[in-house]
Design a binder for this molecule. Structure first.
Ligand code: TZP
Ligand code: MG
Length: 214
């Protein structure tokens, strides 16, 4: 995985998309506009299950392949292996990092971390990147921790200058610059793209902000 792949990391599941919109259509618009990584995160009360869940994942994967964008599966290691996804993203409550690494071999492994200890464990098990957040308040994750601001992000960056880091949580076109300036390689967003009235413009804005410190 390249660090630049994290630049604009779009995360989506059907429940993140406004009712009048088609999730796959939003993904296609985001890919066309230039997102650099995608995470399939099918969660929440109305999430797809069973065959529909897997078919939707395969549809998303196929589109990502067409645009040469890494396809990452949230939490579901078995699905990622079955689909031969590019990678898996896990949180602290999902799966021990070491076991995840053993199961997925050299697929991309992303891990959410919130403190130095979790960060070190992720690094020890060859996480390819870490996710830090929620930086700002978010309404896209029901069990999100309190927003942590940019202080841990800053600390993680100064401890590990070469580590691929993506920031997450409440990031939009207005506050993304602060996050990039603090040292994140990229921003991971749900609502900023899913609820955008102009996905192309939103994607372009995020990407232009990240270029400032390149
Ligand atoms: N993990 C921490 S915050 C969050 C996740 C999955 C939700 C991010 O969504 P949004 O809409 O970009 O705040
Ligand atoms: Mg998780």
């Amino acid at each position: 995985m390249k660090r630049e792949d994290l630049q604009l990391y779009f995360i989506m599941g059907t429940s993140n998309v406004p009712p009048q919109q088609q999730p796959i259509y939003i993904l296609e618009k985001a890919l066309q506009a230039g997102i650099t990584m995608f995470q399939f995160r099918e969660k929440g009360p109305h999430a797809l299950t069973g065959l529909a869940y897997e078919q939707f994942a395969r549809q998303c994967q196929k589109l990502c392949h067409q645009y040469n964008v890494p396809f990452i599966v949230n939490d579901d290691i078995e699905l990622a292996i079955r689909l031969e996804a590019d990678g898996v993203h896990i949180g602290q409550d999902d799966f021990p990092v070491g076991e995840a690494r053993k199961k997925i071999g050299n697929m991309i492994l992303g891990v959410s971390v919130h403190c130095e200890e979790e960060l070190q464990i992720a690094i020890n098990h060859q996480a390819d990147y870490v996710g830090i957040g929620p930086i700002f308040p978010t309404s896209s994750k029901s069990d999100a921790r309190p927003p942590c601001g940019t202080s841990f992000l800053q600390q993680a960056r100064s401890l590990h200058p070469e580590l691929p880091i993506v920031a997450i949580g409440g990031i939009n076109c207005t506050n993304a610059q602060t996050v990039f300036q603090t040292g994140a390689d990229g921003v991971a967003v749900i609502s900023a793209i899913c609820e955008s009235e102009d996905v192309e413009h939103t994607v372009n804005t995020f990407r232009s902000l990240s270029c400032i410190n390149k």
